[in-house]
Design a protein around this ligand. Structure first.
Ligand SMILES: Nc1ncnc2c1ncn2[C@@H]1O[C@H](COP(=O)(O)OP(=O)(O)OP(=O)(O)O)[C@@H](O)[C@H]1O
Ligand SMILES: [Mg+2]
Length: 266
């Protein structure tokens, strides 16, 4: 029963331009809550700050201002509290080719988080969990001995999802998890994520450019524009009744099956 909450989140980057240094506000006063059992989509054009939010939530970078709360308490930045946070908040990255280590087999990728976050597990327990995790992401447990280059992009992303599930997280952040996969297998991976989200009661932040899948797979949609959240609401409402002009532009660029045939002939 995990919830992750951000309030007034700001991230500035310093950019050097010759001798001058300027400030870029990549994330500007962002607030939202990610509750267990819910999927929230974060949509917006390239450069709007989506991945920066993901990195801040993962504590890979420090916010310039603002607060991140886990289950109502400010997040720990060190010690046992940070280890607990790193267990509860997991990530699936965009690029399944870069996110797995080419030197290690699938079993190694899953055994590491299992041993780190569940040190009580015996060797046999770890092996059993690895098999179970592979089954949960619909991969043949025999794949445990394979290395990443022996897998397809979709299979690699399933391994990455299994790795994220290994520590028994409460929150999953998926930053464009299917955009680098072949179009024909994207829906399969998104459906898998949706199934796991329900079964594990996860809170999922689904970062995407794609309003159609955001609507289909999410309860709520956050629309980002230039570092700010310009619209936030239930998925259908944001898509069917967009308030902000930028959302309207995004929605108009998304194919709508009901409009596919154009206006009825007179
Ligand atoms: N480490 C960094 N140093 C300087 N600027 C950065 C850094 N990381 C991101 N930025 C800038 O912050 C802004 C937001 O970038 P971010 O990667 O969060 O966008 P995004 O919404 O994820 O885009 P995309 O859809 O292309 O992935 C961009 O202008 C980017 O150039
Ligand atoms: Mg990004």
């Amino acid at each position: 029963m995990t919830s992750l909450e951000v309030r007034g989140l700001v991230k500035d980057y310093r950019l050097r331009d010759g001798l001058r240094s300027t400030r870029l506000r990549a994330v500007d006063d962002v607030g939202f809550t990610l509750d267990h059992g819910r999927t929230v989509a974060l949509v917006g054009q390239s450069g709007s700050g989506k991945s920066t939010i993901a990195r801040l939530l993962l504590q890979l970078e420090r916010p310039t201002a603002g607060e991140i709360r886990l289950d109502g308490r400010p997040v720990a930045r060190r010690g046992a509290g940070l280890i607990r946070y790193r267990r509860l908040v997991q990530m699936v990255f965009q690029d399944p080719f870069a996110s797995l280590n080419p030197h290690h087999d699938v079993a190694h990728h899953l055994a590491r988080p299992l041993r780190l976050h569940h040190p009580e597990l015996s060797r046999a327990d770890v092996d059993a969990r690895i098999r179970h995790l592979l089954e949960r992401v619909q991969l043949d447990p025999a794949m445990a001995g394979r290395r990443p280059h022996e897998l397809s992009g979709g299979q690699r992303q399933r391994v990455a999802i299994a790795r994220a599930l290994a520590p028994s997280p409460g929150i999953l952040i998926a930053d464009e998890p299917v955009s680098m996969l072949d179009v024909s297998i994207r829906l399969g991976v998104l459906n898998l994520l949706a199934t796991l989200q329900r079964e594990e009661d996860l809170g999922v932040l689904y970062i995407t450019h794609d309003l159609a899948t955001a609507r289909h797979f999410s309860d709520d949609i956050l629309v980002m524009y230039r570092g700010r959240i310009v619209e936030h609401g239930p998925a259908d409402e944001v898509i069917l009744n967009p308030k902000h002009e930028y959302t309207r532009l995004l929605a108009d660029a998304t194919p709508d099956p009901e409009r596919r045939f154009g206006p009825a002939p007179r």
